[in-house]
Design a protein around this ligand. Sequence first.
Ligand code: B12
Length: 136
Amino acid sequence: MIQLKWEGDKSAPTRFPVGLLDIASYSRQKFPELDFSLIDMPSEQMDSEAVLQKIREERPQVIGMSLVTAYYGIAKEIAGKIKKEFPDILLVAGGPHVSALPEHFLKNTVFDIAVVGEGEARFSEVIDAFGHERSF
Ligand code: B12
């Protein structure tokens, strides 16, 4: 899971990523054998290169990002870099921007899946389908 931050972002560094943590907590209960981790760009003062470095170290199979519209640009930048270096990682987007403008979001994106609305059960379904090589 990645909580985003764009360069010059003045919002508080300690935003608590409630939506992402909800999803991780729900998924962890469903799949206790899997590891879930949070890359928290604001509180760890990370830029996109630092995120890439963390991904190189952790080698996740699935990455979820939460987007408000203000974070669309940085999400696109980071997702593009991830896909270029790790084309097999499944990229899942959710949050208010994706829920408000799903068709627009999907028109020009490297994300594999966009989840509209509440993400807890949906994200688990995605992980389940991905783990069993089922289409979603
Ligand atoms: C609390 C809040 C804040 C707090 C955040 C505190 C915190 N803990 O992070 C503060 C005051 C800091 C804040 C700031 C801003 N906010 Co605000 N905020 C809200 C509010 C009222 C609730 C958000 C919340 O915590 N929801 C509860 C959690 C559980 O829900 P959630 O995050 O939506 O996540 C669920 C789903 O969206 C989905 N989901 C989310 N992420 C993901 C990711 C994946 C992979 C998947 C599958 C699913 C998924 O699943 C989650 C669980 O069901 C909403 C309005 C609302 N009622 O939703 C506005 C809202 C999100 N904020 C908004 C805005 C514009 C902002 C600011 C940009 C304002 C500004 N100009 O600075 C900043 C951006 C901050 C940031 N960096 O994200 C807009 C976004 C609109 C848009 N088009 O994107 C909203 C929708 C209000 C509105 N109607 O205009 N905000």
